[in-house]
Design a protein around this ligand. Sequence first.
Ligand code: TYC
Length: 118
Amino acid sequence: MFDPHAPSISAHKFEFPPDCGNPEVAILVCPKIKRPSQYRVLMLNDDYTPMDFVVHVLAYIFHKSTEEAITLMLQVHHQGQVMCGVYPYEIAETKVAQVTALAREEQHPLRCTMEKKS
Ligand code: TYC
């Protein structure tokens, strides 16, 4: 039977902060907590994707204003790549997949990648 007053690992953790320096205790109740890694999503230049398509993608997928999207598109065009945003892994992965799918639907070679932030 469930006894709400019985000591448990979580009750112990909250009521009696353990000595996390003691490895016998630390392995059970002192999990290492890390912030999730963040990922930059980068848009890459190519010679064939139309500029207005890239502007559309930046506005639609990355929620940029038209002005911002034009500036970013021109940056990619002149400098080779630009950062569109920083996201947790799954969001970054989804944005890359969405950009790639939209581009392939229109037979454009546009490429978008992600890289882990250090
Ligand atoms: N360089 C392309 C052109 O001249 C335009 C372009 C811009 C392509 C940005 C990709 O990520 C890109 N049509």
